[in-house]
Design a protein around this ligand. Structure first.
Ligand SMILES: Cc1cc2nc3c(=O)[nH]c(=O)nc-3n(C[C@H](O)[C@H](O)[C@H](O)COP(=O)(O)OP(=O)(O)OC[C@H]3O[C@@H](n4cnc5c(N)ncnc54)[C@H](O)[C@@H]3O)c2cc1C
Length: 397
């Protein structure tokens, strides 16, 4: 038996995707319970890049103000040689015909999660920590989830936004296709003003030494230096001073960078697409549905797009009593992940000087540069979201 009266919706997971979906649902007038396994929201440093397509959507939720107040607005992307030569520069302002916010924002994922959680609770949403969902049962009328403390929660629809190891996906017995990327990625957090050495350095810059590359990202409190760790090098080795010094030797012309490094970590990446985004009464979004590499910063952005698509489809479903709109939106989001997101991020890591030369050539043509930037800002990955929402004509305020 359920421990509480049936809600319209249950969202499993209070990550950025689950909370965005929960806020869209709440603002549309639906009752929402968010069940989160952890004791508080996750503040671990993960995503930092928010693209124009996502910023336009988040603006309709009124969260762009706090994001811009704390984040770094990035107005162009640069491809540079290690000696400082600018090989190509593309201005995000070229997106102004398609974007209401034609820039990229560097901002901590954990800060967005906190802002969303605060708004959701302040506006009457139910957010319960310490509730790890274990099982999911659905029938023609609704869904019941059971948590690890034995409590049961019933709703018309439920959404698995519970990350890569999704218990909801497991409970639905949905498999996935997965392929790891070789090697790992090293992140350094450098408390150093890179513009002392490169006064015109873009907030996102890729340094290219032949086919090797390293990314520099300006964050509110540091610069992040991101570099690939080849297969065969262990995580323990990759965080050692000696290995880092040698790895950056030909890429980063700042020889004493380690003096200002206040943090370092190593992570691995995998591409993964769930075989289905769910159906009937339970649907998946975010990392529960797709994973990919972090080059270009796209996976969370795609997850936030999932949240807007499912949130609006749920309103139609709750009004009609049927789940056809949700099935359509979920199928579209799984297709976007498989056919657009993962190939695009694969293309981004397949760097090399040939690609940089192509980008340098297209940067000379504003029309071609705008098309390239719109793809990097994921404007062609919004399928499943109603056009009026994309155009900003539907307020979630
Ligand atoms: C180093 C790094 C850098 C990245 N950079 C970027 C970037 O710049 N741009 C970008 O777009 N993406 C980036 N990503 C990817 C991004 O971090 C993820 O896509 C994002 O975390 C997905 O959000 P989510 O809400 O789907 O899942 P999560 O953030 O994993 O949240 C899931 C939530 O569900 C909870 N949960 C899990 N199981 C249960 C359960 N059984 N019951 C209840 N709750 C549960 C978890 O505790 C968690 O709070 C990066 C990832 C990493 C690792």
């Amino acid at each position: 038996m359920s421990d509480c009266a049936a809600q319209d919706t249950i969202v499993v997971g209070a990550g950025p995707v689950g909370l965005t979906l929960a806020l869209v649902l709440l603002r549309a007038g639906h009752s929402v319970t968010v069940l989160e396994k952890r004791d508080s929201v996750n503040l671990q440093s993960k995503a930092s890049t928010f693209h124009a397509s996502t910023l336009d959507l988040l603006e309709t939720l009124d969260v762009l103000g706090p994001m811009r107040a704390k984040g770094v607005q990035v107005d162009h992307v640069q491809y540079r040689a290690p000696d400082g030569e600018v090989l190509a520069q593309l201005d995000f302002d070229l997106l102004k015909d398609v974007a209401r916010n034609p820039f990229r924002l560097h901002y901590e994922q954990g800060d967005l999660t906190t802002v969303l959680a605060d708004l959701f609770v302040r506006e009457g949403g139910v957010l319960t920590f310490g509730q790890g969902v274990q099982t999911v049962r659905q029938d023609a009328d609704g869904v019941t989830v059971t948590c690890d403390d034995g409590s049961e929660h019933a709703a018309s629809f439920a959404f698995g936004c519970d990350g890569a190891a999704s218990a909801v996906r497991e409970a639905l017995r949905i498999g996935y296709v997965e392929k790891p990327y070789p090697g790992m990625v090293l992140r350094l957090y450098a408390n150093r003003d890179m513009r002392v050495q490169f006064p015109d350095l873009g907030g996102i810059s890729y340094l290219h030494a032949g086919d090797d590359t390293c990314s520099l990202l300006e964050m509110p409190d540091c610069w992040r230096v991101v570099v690939r760790v080849p297969a065969g090098v262990s995580a323990a080795e990759a965080v050692m001073d000696e290995w880092i010094t040698e790895r950056l030797e030909n890429l980063l012309p700042i020889k004493d960078i380690l003096r200002d490094v206040t943090g370092r970590d190593v992570y691995s990446a995998r591409r993964r697409g769930a075989l289905s985004a769910g159906g009937a009464r339970v649907f998946l979004a975010g990392d529960a549905l797709h994973l990919t590499n972090t080059k270009g910063g796209m996976n969370l952005n795609a997850g936030l797009h999932d949240a807007f698509a499912l949130g609006h489809a749920a309103t139609t479903a709750l009004r009609s009593g049927g789940s056809a709109s949700l099935e359509r939106a979920a199928t579209e989001r799984a297709r976007v992940a498989r056919d657009v997101l993962i190939p695009r991020t694969d293309e981004n890591i397949g760097t090399g000087m040939d690609r940089v030369k192509r980008i340098a050539t297209l940067s000379q043509s504003p029309d071609k540069a705008a098309v390239f930037l719109a793809k990097q800002a994921m404007f062609d990955m919004l399928d499943g979201i109603p056009a009026a929402v994309i155009r900003g004509e539907v307020s979630h305020g």
